[in-house]
Design a protein around this ligand. Structure first.
Ligand code: HEC
Ligand code: HEC
Length: 289
């Protein structure tokens, strides 16, 4: 059958001689557009093999004239990013905290870096939003124990609080109950007085008795009006913002056993630029002084 070609009666086109159930295949040439596209693809593939890495070899692959590799590309862009950062890092190293805060570009850089350093080093105690927990102060508000200006914050981060560093911030409130400096009744009265400072007391007579004890025992650190003292790390007792809770039993517990919260020193663990970024970041959280 296949040895002599026939012409199809209807279309006048030669057939290939293939036939299925009486249907015969016409031998039309391939469309021009198809052929050209096909040739173009072949040329493209050849050119690609020559210039780009293409064929697998036993232990590597053909490199191609361009020697392109996405790994090298990544390494290059990482290096470029690092170079771009190092310009900023040098400037951060050279600038004071005030200078960083006054330079919008440096400030943005420091805030971004401070935010990520905070997430890694600080959030486990202070919370990811820095809102704190009982015993771990909220750093978003304008209530400070040791001071909220840039230098005070930087000092706290450098040396910690009751940490093992020689220059740590340190102060110890006496444990008035445990060490029997005051009786239970006296502690109860002075707790009522402390609560009355933020208008949350409920026993005016007890508070009046407690006021005397407060002036004798507590005002040296917490100040006469209970407003607190940054130098001594003594919290403000008037503002209804409590590190250890503001209900009567929490206040009695603070007075009975004292608390002595501990924050590690970061100098030596974090580099100077990172501590600067952290100080700027914490200062920016809302309560910076
Ligand atoms: C192990 C827990 C812990 C970690 C980690 C920690 N802190 Fe603290 N931080 C504390 C405690 C506890 C206090 C309050 C101590 C006190 O005075 O009673 C505090 C206090 C502070 C204060 C002073 C707040 C004030 O009102 O004066 C600042 C600022 C501060 N932390 C920043 C940081 C930064 C920044 C980091 C991360 C580099 C960090 N902290 C990591 C536990 C921690
Ligand atoms: C030697 C200084 C000092 C003296 C004296 C002192 N305190 Fe304190 N007080 C502190 C410090 C520092 C803290 C911070 C808590 C901590 O981490 O130990 C504190 C915390 C407290 C708290 C907890 C505050 C909070 O936000 O949860 C209460 C309440 C308190 N003091 C009441 C008193 C009373 C009442 C007296 C007197 C009977 C007193 N203090 C005497 C230093 C002192």
């Amino acid at each position: 059958m296949a040895d002599h070609k026939e012409i199809d009666q209807v279309s006048g086109v030669e057939t290939t001689g293939h036939e299925w159930d009486g249907i015969r295949e016409l031998n039309n040439p391939l469309p021009r557009w198809w052929l050209w596209t096909f040739y173009a693809c072949c040329i493209w593939a050849l050119a690609y093999w020559i210039v780009m890495p293409a064929w697998p070899l036993i232990s590597s692959h053909t490199e191609g004239f361009l020697g392109y590799s996405s790994r090298a590309q990544l390494a290059k862009s990482v290096e470029r990013a690092r170079d771009a950062q190092s310009v900023y890092l040098d400037r951060i190293d050279a600038a004071s905290l005030e200078q960083i805060a006054a330079d919008q570009e440096l400030l943005d850089f420091a805030l971004a870096g401070g935010r990520s350093a905070f997430a890694v080093n600080c959030s486990q105690c202070h919370g990811s939003g820095a809102a704190g927990f009982v015993g771990y102060p909220n750093l978003n508000d304008d209530d400070w124990i040791w001071g909220g200006d840039l230098d005070a914050i930087s000092h706290t981060i450098h040396f910690g609080i009751r940490s093992d560093h020689d220059e740590t911030r340190f102060n110890e409130m006496p444990a008035y109950g445990r060490d029997e400096l005051l009786t239970r009744e006296e502690i109860d009265d002075v707790a009522e007085y402390v609560l009355s400072l933020s208008n949350s007391g409920s026993d005016a007579a007890a508070a009046a008795r407690g006021e005397v004890t407060f002036a004798e025992q507590c005002s040296a650190c917490h100040m006469e009006d209970g407003g607190g003292n940054y130098e001594l790390g003594a919290p403000n007792l008037r503002d209804a913002i409590w590190l250890y809770g503001g209900d009567k039993s929490a206040v009695v517990e603070s007075i009975t056993n004292s608390r002595a919260g501990m924050m590690p020193a970061w100098t030596g663990r974090l580099d100077e630029a990172t501590i600067k970024k952290l100080a700027i970041y914490v200062h920016s959280l809302g309560g910076g002084e």
